[in-house]
Design a protein around this ligand. Structure first.
Ligand code: ATP
Ligand code: MG
Length: 270
């Protein structure tokens, strides 16, 4: 393959210890993501999408066993030293978490939380970092960004918090963005703005994106490739149109059937 790989995952697995025996929630997952590509990951609730992303960041729950390999531009993430992972997280690989309230610290202002990313990873002063953070809030479409910096997470709507998380993830212009349902909580207009922003960043920075969503319409709009998970296993992957036109697995077929039932005219789905 001639394209530069931003992320190469081989045989990744995550096993949780449980009272009644070990449970494998991600099983032998492999995919490669070239720079500037958007890979969509779809699959029913509980199939392991979030666990897969967390394993890539070295943030699997305590006691989880992670096996296999995940290379970030050649750098091994699985089993990497915690200091190495801390340096890479938020900087070269960043994540937009599914639940914005648990990913933000309630008692710190938005400004403090955003600025810290730039102070730690880029060595900016607090005032420089705040200025840059304000610009990023503006870029993700947040109104009155200067005021937002002084507010706490509970003072923002759910959609705004989601955008704050996206701004935080984008601050250091990571090579790889892991986005876990980044637009699910947003209304259609804001969702479209965020998707446009992702496409723009991919274009300008060559950022690669792993986009987890249950929304096949979103995948039709922005994904280059789609991977479908079922019960921890990646059952099918390929270019988005090919997957939509000729789904091979029953998991993909039922996701598409469900999406068509909800919105028969959804773009790219009919
Ligand atoms: N901390 C944990 N300890 C043990 N099992 C867990 C833990 N977190 C998640 N799981 C299990 O791992 C499996 C995969 O969960 P995961 O959160 O990855 O699903 P998902 O595909 O992201 O679902 P959704 O679409 O609802 O977000 C589930 O069976 C879940 O119960
Ligand atoms: Mg999830």
């Amino acid at each position: 393959m001639s394209a530069v790989l931003a992320l190469q995952v081989d045989g990744l697995s995550v096993t949780h210890a449980a009272a009644d025996g070990a449970r494998t929630v991600v099983s032998d997952v492999s995919f490669s993501l070239p720079r500037g590509r958007i890979l969509g990951i779809a699959g029913e609730s509980g199939c392991g999408k979030t666990q897969l992303l967390l394993a890539l960041l070295g943030l699997s729950p305590a006691g989880a066993q992670v096996g296999g390999s995940a290379l970030l531009s050649g750098q091994q993430l699985v089993g990497a030293d915690r200091r190495v992972l801390r340096r890479l997280r938020g900087n070269r690989i960043a994540m937009v978490f599914q639940d914005p309230m648990t990913a933000l610290i309630p008692y710190l202002t938005i400004g403090t939380q955003l600025a810290e990313v730039l102070q730690v990873h880029r060595g900016l002063s607090k005032s420089q970092a705040l200025l840059h953070s304000q610009q990023m809030l503006e870029a993700v479409g947040i109104d009155a960004p200067a005021r937002r910096l002084r507010q706490h997470p509970h003072e923002l709507s759910g959609g705004m918090r989601q955008r704050v998380l996206l701004a935080m993830a984008l601050l250091c212009e990571p090579d790889v963005l892991l986005a876990d349902e980044p637009t699910t909580a947003l209304d259609v207009t804001v969702q479209a703005q965020i998707l446009d922003l992702l496409l723009d960043l991919r274009e300008r920075l060559g950022m690669a994106v792993v986009l987890v969503t249950h929304d096949m319409g979103v995948l039709a709009q922005v994904a280059d490739d789609v991977a479908v998970m079922h019960a921890g296993v990646l059952v099918e992957q390929g270019p988005v149109q090919q997957l939509f036109d000729a789904p091979q697995s029953t998991a993909t077929q039922s996701l598409l059937a469900a999406a068509r039932q909800l919105s028969p005219t959804a773009q790219g789905l009919v």
